[in-house]
Design a protein around this ligand. Structure first.
Ligand SMILES: Nc1ncnc2c1ncn2[C@@H]1O[C@H](COP(=O)(O)OP(=O)(O)OP(=O)(O)O)[C@@H](O)[C@H]1O
Ligand SMILES: [Mg+2]
Length: 321
């Protein structure tokens, strides 16, 4: 389990982390999102001890990384696997040798490290590529070798900094399913930094939004989606495209667990039928049907009445300007 407590990091003249507190339970996949410069990579670097925090605590299974140095820090780093945007494999070595490398550095005997590396390649589905060099592998395959390498020391947590940003949509899907299945099979805790909300939608159990080095929202995906007005919910379930609505007839509705049919039923029963659904998104995330839709009413008056009726039933409504 990962626990950050008032974690601060100041660089000369700037504050990268302004007191971050958050916790991620064992076996959870937690997404960290935020704009460029929000402090995401700094957070991961402090968690691995690659960067020393200015103040605060970063605990992994109760061990405070910020209090360690030297050999003890190196030892605790072995419980952390790291995956980056690019796998950065050693070009002169085969896939198998790349996975073996950290074990070799740690002094594991040849036969044992080879057996372990083969197991790991099997785990990421690359047994048949063991003898290939990085140049002979696709970006997605290289990333899988990178993940196998990160798992070599049997870490309890996996920190991923933009692991799929350099990959196409299909390969991204494969890498995400791999990460999810590794969590299921090995029980590891995963922290995944991403600028892609689709990554959060697809595999995260919980997420945190960082802004200017602060946590502005954090929670389980279900909780986040239950409040459609929250910033993360807005990003997870984006608004339909902007409407040109000179007659002020459209209404934006956010659904979090309420079926679309209920909206139509409410409209019918209040005598304010919906003329059309202009645009919108509707999908199931983490078992809950969520969506954001732009509805068209007959006129402004009808819109007001429908808006009132929907709000009375606890449905989140925003009137277009
Ligand atoms: N070594 C450093 N020295 C000085 N300032 C730094 C250093 N590393 C990061 N910063 C600053 O800290 C802030 C947070 O940087 P960080 O790399 O953590 O952002 P990020 O959220 O990972 O951004 P991106 O999405 O672009 O990767 C930025 O303002 C950055 O300029
Ligand atoms: Mg970064």
């Amino acid at each position: 389990m990962i626990e950050l407590q008032e974690l601060r990091k100041e660089f000369a003249g700037s504050t990268a982390l302004a007191g971050i507190s958050l916790s991620v339970a064992e076996g959870e996949i937690h997404g960290i999102v935020g704009r460029s410069g929000a402090g995401k990579s700094t957070l991961i670097r402090c968690l691995t001890g690659l960067e020393s925090a200015t103040s605060g605590h970063a605990r992994i299974d109760g061990v405070d990384i910020t209090a360690l140095s030297g050999a003890r820090l190196r030892a605790s780093r072995r419980s952390i696997g790291m995956v980056f945007q690019h796998a950065n494999l050693l070009d002169s070595r085969t896939a198998l040798e790349n996975v073996e490398h950290p074990l070799q550095v740690a002094g594991v005997p040849r036969a044992a490290r080879r057996a372990r590396a083969l197991e790991l390649l099997e785990l990421v589905g690359l047994t048949d590529r063991a003898g290939n060099h990085p140049a002979q592998l696709s970006g997605g395959q290289q990333q899988r070798v990178g993940i196998a390498r990160a798992l070599a020391s049997e870490p309890k947590i996996l920190l991923c900094d933009e692991p799929t940003s350099a990959l196409d949509t299909q390969t991204t899907g494969q890498i995400l399913s791999l990460i999810a299945s590794l969590r299921d099979r090995l029980g590891i805790t995963v922290l995944i930094i991403t600028h892609e909300m689709s990554v959060v939608r697809e595999i995260c159990d919980s997420a945190t939004l960082l802004e200017h080095g602060r946590v502005t929202q954090t929670g389980m995906l279900g909780e986040i989606l239950a409040d459609p007005s929250s910033p993360l919910a807005r990003d997870l379930v984006p608004l339909p495209r902007a409407s040109d609505d000179p007659h002020r007839r459209t209404l934006e509705v956010a659904l979090a667990g309420t079926p679309l049919g209920t909206v139509f039923d409410i409209a019918e029963s209040t005598g304010t039928p919906i003329s059309a659904v202009e645009s919108g998104t509707l999908e199931t995330i983490d078992g809950t049907q969520v969506g954001r839709l732009r509805l068209v009413c007959a006129d402004t008056l009808q819109r007001e009445r429908l808006s009132t009726a929907l709000r009375a039933r606890g449905i989140h409504v925003e009137e277009a300007a």
